[in-house]
Every structure is written in structure tokens, then in C-alpha cells.
Design a binder for this molecule. Structure first.
Ligand code: C5P
Length: 406
């Protein structure tokens, strides 16, 4: 089992956009960016003109490992990752430090630089960590800007009280970097599935032909692993059963590595008692060799045939024998998505099915995916996005429907 604190701080796969505005506390966000990367996050930094008077873009480039963004109307920058791409890329936008001037511009919907523009353009959560002189913070103009931003769903972390760089004492200090890190990690832990036991299968299975040969499929395991991560962050107690992949397992309660469909079947049966939700994201081989040759098959001039027999349909078995478990299946189709997915939902007796198109560069082994999700009496399409945010949205759908069924 993983240490809960480490699990909480695991920021791998997270896209965090750090905005830096002009204030003496800007030097502290250099340390924040460094620490975010140590915890596995990908970080892009956007600086205002004012910020560049305190820390150079080169410093942030070195610690983030990415070019720093600053210009809204720079055609070369827009040709690369422009303001809309940055706004879409981010899972979380944190402005550290947020100056009084930045808060005023953002509160009034100004889009006169890159940072304010992408704060308006993003659908990600936007958080400000204010830092300024205590009189500036307490001024009614700043206070009403802060209130207005909060009413619109912007979150404020801090400021803290204490001695200030200007020599005064009072509220307006930037939160310390470890506190900001804790807040960032916690913001991904939604608690939506707190205490719920979830069993997830992922990856392909490998079916042996002889001691050196096998057949398998193109599943990378990315979707199942992203779901396991998103479910753990939502507070679920996750068991992940995975066929062979090249991925590092996410921080889950229990991880079981398997090879063949029969191994996966047994591992699922062993782990099933006490589970609340079963998510079958694995691409389980439908067939295996009737007989696995004990020695390497010899080549001759003759053609050979392999007899393949059916593997157990694991998810259908779970749905049939454990009807109290909420079952979510996947349907990877090359054609006729809607009809096939709905038919599979009924045939396998599932509670929900997530269907996606595979083949021609879609679905397997790619980082982006689109899902059409169906359940009894409902359906929802999750648009094309990276597999981790997609997994977070699917987990939300599962949590909502699971609650309704319960
Ligand atoms: O029938 P098909 O393979 O298209 O169904 C896909 C769904 O069924 C996935 O959720 C997959 O994990 C599950 N499945 C299974 N056991 C099998 C084949 C598929 O659990 N033998």
C-alpha cells in the first residue's frame, strides 16, 4: 500500500500553469515550480511584464524546463503554444504571487496581457495566491476585487499575516511554498468517491502460443491507469489489475500485475469480494490457444493451424454473479459506435459503457481520446481531450450514476 501523504503529493500527469505577476514574492514561485516538477507535474510559466522586473524569464525556463510565455501578441509565440492552447492545456491555473494590479485587471475582465487573457479563456480551476503590502491588501478596492473574483468561482489561497518585505506587519504575505504545494495537491483530491472500493482492470492480455511466441493487442493501458489515478484522487480505495504495459503504476491501494486473460480472470475473482464498483478498461483477449506448446514450435514447409478457445468474459461474469457491484465496461469499436455500445451494455448486463473509436490513430496507444458514455436511460459524450482529464470526467459520471443507483 502506498503512503497516503505520498499519494496525495503525486502530481504526475498534472498540467499546472503558474502565472507570475510583479511582486517581490515572485522569487518564491521559482521554488514552487521546482517543487511541482519534483512531484511529477508538468509546468508552464506565464509572466507579466511586472514579474520580469523581479525574476528573469531564464530562471523560470531553467526550473520549468519549458520556454516561458509572456507575450499575447507575439506571432512566433502564438504559432507555438498560444493563449488558447495554454488555456486548454492547463488542469489548474495558479497565479503566484497575485498582485493587487493583476487582481484588479482580472476582476474587471481585462484581457490586456497573456495571463489575464488565458485566465478568462480557461475552463480549468483558477487560483490566486495574493501577496502585497498589507495596506494594499486591506484597501477596499482590493477587498471588493477579491470578493468579486471569489463570487465568480476564483479561489484565493492566503494571504498570510506577518512581517513583510516592506518592513510592515500585517496580512499580505504569500503563503509558504510547502503550504501552496499542499493546496495544489489537495485541489486534485475531490473526495467524490470517498471510501468507495473500486476494482479496475487495464492494459492488454498476452496469450502464449509456445514458450517464446504469443499474441496480444494494441492496448497501452493509459486509459485504465488514468482512471485508477483519477479514482484514487476522488478518494476511492482502488485495486488495479493490469496486463503487461510500459507504464509506471499510479499511487493506488493495491496493484496486481497479470499476463493472460485467465490470470486476469483469477485476479478479479480474488479481489472482487467487498468491491462497490468494477471498471473493465482492460482489452482482454477473447481467445487463447487451446494447447500452449511445451516447446518452441518447429518450422516446416507445411502450414499449421492453432485452435483458439474462448476466454471467460470477465465483466459479464461480474455483472451476472455480483449484481450489487456497479459495472462499467468499455467498447472499443472501429465502426457503428452507438449501436454496438448500446447492444454490449444490454448483452453483458452492465450499468454503464464507455465507447470509443479505435484504429487509424485513434484510441489505443495515443494520448487523447473521445468517449461516448451510455447507461440505462442516459448518455453523455466527453469530447476529445488528454486521457487524464478525460478519466477525471468519466469518474465524475460514474460517481453520479453510482450514487443514483444506490
Ligand atoms: O466484448 P468486448 O471485448 O468488446 O467488450 C469489452 C468490455 O468487456 C471491456 O470492458 C473489457 O474489459 C470486457 N471484457 C472482459 N472479458 C473479456 C473480454 C472483454 O471483461 N474476455
Amino acid at each position: 500500500m502506498n503512503n497516503a501523504k505520498n499519494a496525495m503529493k503525486n502530481l504526475s500527469n498534472k498540467h499546472i500553469l503558474v502565472g507570475v505577476t510583479g511582486g517581490i514574492a515572485a522569487y518564491k514561485s521559482v521554488e514552487l515550480v521546482r517543487r511541482l516538477r519534483e512531484h511529477g507535474a508538468e509546468v508552464q510559466v506565464v509572466m507579466t511584464e511586472g514579474a520580469k522586473a523581479f525574476v528573469t524569464p531564464l530562471t523560470f525556463q531553467a526550473v520549468s524546463g519549458q520556454p516561458v510565455h509572456g507575450d499575447l501578441l507575439d506571432p512566433t509565440a502564438e504559432a507555438g503554444m498560444g493563449h488558447i492552447e495554454l488555456a486548454r492545456w492547463a488542469d489548474l491555473v495558479v497565479v503566484v504571487p497575485a498582485s493587487a494590479n493583476f487582481m484588479a485587471r482580472f476582476a474587471h475582465g481585462m484581457a490586456d496581457d497573456l495571463l489575464t487573457t488565458l485566465c478568462l479563456a480557461t475552463t480549468a480551476r483558477v487560483v490566486l495566491a495574493p501577496a502585497m503590502n498589507q495596506q494594499m491588501w486591506q484597501h477596499s478596492a482590493t477587498q471588493s476585487n477579491a470578493a468579486l473574483l471569489q463570487q465568480r468561482g476564483v479561489t484565493l489561497w492566503g494571504p498570510a499575516s506577518g512581517s513583510q518585505a516592506c518592513g510592515e506587519v500585517g496580512p499580505g504575505r504569500l503563503l509558504e511554498v510547502p503550504d501552496l504545494l499542499e493546496h495544489i495537491a489537495n485541489s486534485f483530491n475531490t473526495g467524490l468517491l470517498a471510501g468507495i472500493k473500486m476494482l479496475i482492470t487495464a492494459g492488454p492480455t498476452i496469450e502464449a502460443i509456445d514458450p517464446v511466441r504469443y499474441f496480444t493487442n494494441r492496448s497501452s493501458g493509459k486509459m485504465g491507469y488514468a482512471l485508477a489515478q483519477a479514482a484514487a484522487e476522488a478518494g476511492a480505495i482502488v485495486t488495479l489489475i493490469s496486463g503487461p504495459t510500459h507504464l509506471t503504476p499510479p499511487a493506488v491501494h493495491h496493484f496486481v500485475a497479470v499476463t493472460s486473460a485467465l490470470d486476469m480472470h483469477q485476479a478479479v475473482l480474488d479481489a472482487l469480494p467487498g468491491q462497490d464498483i468494477y471498471v473493465g478498461a482492460a482489452a482482454v483477449a477473447d481467445y487463447r490457444c487451446e494447447n500452449i506448446a511445451p516447446h518452441k514450435l518447429k518450422k516446416s514447409d507445411k502450414d499449421i493451424s492453432l485452435t483458439l478457445v474462448r476466454n471467460p468474459d470477465i465483466i459479464a461474469e461480474v455483472a451476472k454473479h455480483s449484481p450489487h457491484i456497479y459495472t462499467v465496461g468499455f467498447a472499443a469499436q472501429t465502426e457503428d459506435l452507438d449501436a454496438q455500445a448500446k447492444a454490449k451494455l444490454v448483452a453483458k448486463g452492465l450499468d454503464m459503457i464507455a465507447a470509443n473509436v479505435v484504429g487509424e490513430g485513434k484510441g489505443f496507444q495515443v494520448d487523447h481520446n473521445t468517449l461516448s458514455v451510455y447507461w440505462q436511460g442516459g448518455q453523455h459524450t466527453l469530447p476529445t481531450m488528454a486521457k487524464y482529464p478525460l478519466a477525471c470526467q468519466l469518474i465524475q459520471l460514474i460517481a453520479r450514476n453510482y450514487e443514483t443507483k444506490r
